[in-house]
Design a protein around this ligand. Structure first.
Ligand SMILES: C[S@@+](CC[C@H](N)C(=O)[O-])C[C@H]1O[C@@H](n2cnc3c(N)ncnc32)[C@H](O)[C@@H]1O
Length: 232
């Protein structure tokens, strides 16, 4: 039985096992390129200032607006505009909210014609004051469940959220209650941990999710069909 198995190819496979790949990934040096342009600037880890690498931001932008044209898009924790830039290039009208004064200044210097920059704490804003959007795209702060708070707040002014989230957003009893009221319609699993720059890169796993609020809470055992894909 199983006489076709070649021991040498089996050994090769073992050398390239997922565990080996994970340890190789973790040994890689963090890539600082996403901090280009902010060299020497203050980066406030208390505010979760991990900026999305340009290549990932472009993929997220393409994925997010693949079903929309000329969208009005909200970015509620815009940082230095990593997600703003590719969305503006795709023709979207952008509203960027940011709490940090240095980042607000950097956003105002972006040469995007259809960009409104709002200075302040997104979670403290009346969502109606910002307007109505076709889409909200985010890579929000994660600490103290702010990711969930940002999604809930954003869904007051947009039906759809597309964002980069730590994989743990799917887990825990507390978040299960959140997911009872929300659907994931599309999910992209990031096979490699994103390199947000600096020593904090690659410490956990991330997903890109498309999220809607449910009309009624999910009943026990009720399933939602979702499109799932794996990115490199
Ligand atoms: C994880 S970084 C991501 C930045 C940007 N979205 C990106 O993808 O590169 C989160 C950003 O949210 C900002 N931020 C933190 N709390 C905020 C709040 N309550 N309201 C608005 N922005 C906030 C931080 O200053 C930081 O720039």
């Amino acid at each position: 039985m199983n006489s076709a198995r070649d021991p040498s190819s089996c050994a090769d496979r073992e050398l390239q096992s997922p565990a080996d790949q994970i340890s190789r990934d973790l040994q890689d040096k963090p890539d600082q390129s996403c901090l280009d342009g902010v060299t020497g600037a203050r980066v406030d880890r208390e505010l979760s200032q991990f900026f999305t690498p340009a290549a990932l931001a472009e993929d997220v932008a393409d994925w997010a607006i693949s079903r929309l044209h000329y969208s009005d898009v909200l970015e509620p924790s815009a940082g230095r505009g990593a997600l703003i830039k590719p969305l503006a290039m795709l023709g979207c009208s952008m509203t960027a909210v940011e709490i940090d004064g240095d980042n607000v200044r950097a956003l105002r210097e972006l040469r995007a014609t259809k960009l409104r920059v709002v200075d302040g704490d997104f979670l403290a804003m009346d969502p109606n004051s910002l307007g109505v959007f076709d889409l909200c795209v985010m890579n929000p702060p994660y600490e103290h469940n702010q990711d969930v708070a940002f999604i809930e707040h954003a869904l007051h002014s947009s039906d759809r959220v597309v964002g980069i989230f730590q994989s743990r957003i799917l887990h825990s009893k507390g978040r299960a209650e959140f997911w009872r009221h929300h659907d994931i319609t599309r999910m992209a699993i990031l096979s490699s941990r994103p390199r947000f720059g600096g020593e904090h890169s690659a410490k956990t796993d991330f997903l890109v999710l498309e999220i809607f609020r449910r009309a009624a809470p999910r009943r026990q055992g009720e399933a939602t069909p979702a499109h799932v894909e794996w990115w490199p």
